[in-house]
Design a protein around this ligand. Structure first.
Ligand code: HEM
Length: 135
C-alpha cells in the first residue's frame, strides 16, 4: 500500500472541494425541473446549496494557493506558468459569475451568471488536470 504524502492531502482537499462546487452545480441544475413543480422549493434548494458551495469555493482557493506553493511555479516552464495564470483567471470568473447569479435581480443576470459560472468551473477542472498531467 502506498503511503500518503502532503501532496495527497492537498490534492484530495482540492479535488473534493471541486466535486462539491462543480458537481453540485450540475446536480442542482438536474433537480430544478422537479423542484420547480413545488412552490418555492427551487429557491430553498439553491440557498441550501449555497451554504456548502461557498465554503467549498473557499477551500478551493486556500488549497489552490497551497498547490501553488508546493509546485513552485516560479521555477516551472513558461507553458506551466501561463496555464496557472489562465487557471486562476478562470477560477476568478467562476466565482464572480456564481456570485452575480446568487445575487441576481433580473432573469438575464441569473441565466448568464449561472451559465458562465458553470462553464468557467468546468474549465478550471480541465486546467487543473492539465497542470497535473500536461508537459
Ligand atoms: C473553480 C475553482 C477550481 C477548480 C474547480 C479547481 C480544480 C482543480 C483540479 C480538478 C485539479 C487537478 C488535480 C489533479 O490532477 O490531481 C486542480 C489542480 C490545481 N489547481 Fe485548482 N481548481 C480551482 C481553483 C484553483 C485556484 C483558485 C488555484 C490557485 C490559487 C488553483 C491551483 C491549482 C494548481 C496549482 C493545481 C495543480 C496541482 C498539482 O499539480 O499538484 N486551483 N485544480
Amino acid at each position: 500500500m502506498l503511503s500518503p504524502t502532503a501532496a495527497t492531502i492537498r490534492l484530495t482537499l482540492h479535488v473534493l472541494a471541486a466535486t462539491i462546487w462543480v458537481g453540485g452545480q450540475f446536480t442542482l441544475a438536474g433537480l430544478l425541473p422537479v423542484l420547480r413543480a413545488h412552490e418555492g422549493a427551487a429557491k430553498q434548494a439553491a440557498r441550501a446549496f449555497n451554504r456548502i458551495a461557498w465554503p467549498a469555493f473557499g477551500v478551493l482557493v486556500l488549497t489552490g494557493m497551497w498547490n501553488l506553493a508546493d509546485v513552485n511555479v516560479a521555477d516551472a516552464p513558461t507553458s506551466y506558468q501561463v496555464t496557472v495564470f489562465v487557471k486562476i483567471l478562470v477560477a476568478i470568473i467562476a466565482g464572480a459569475a456564481a456570485a452575480a447569479h446568487t445575487a441576481a435581480r433580473t432573469k438575464v443576470t441569473l441565466a448568464v451568471g449561472g451559465a458562465l459560472g458553470a462553464v468557467a468551473s468546468v474549465a478550471a477542472v480541465f486546467l487543473g488536470v492539465l497542470l497535473h498531467t500536461g508537459s
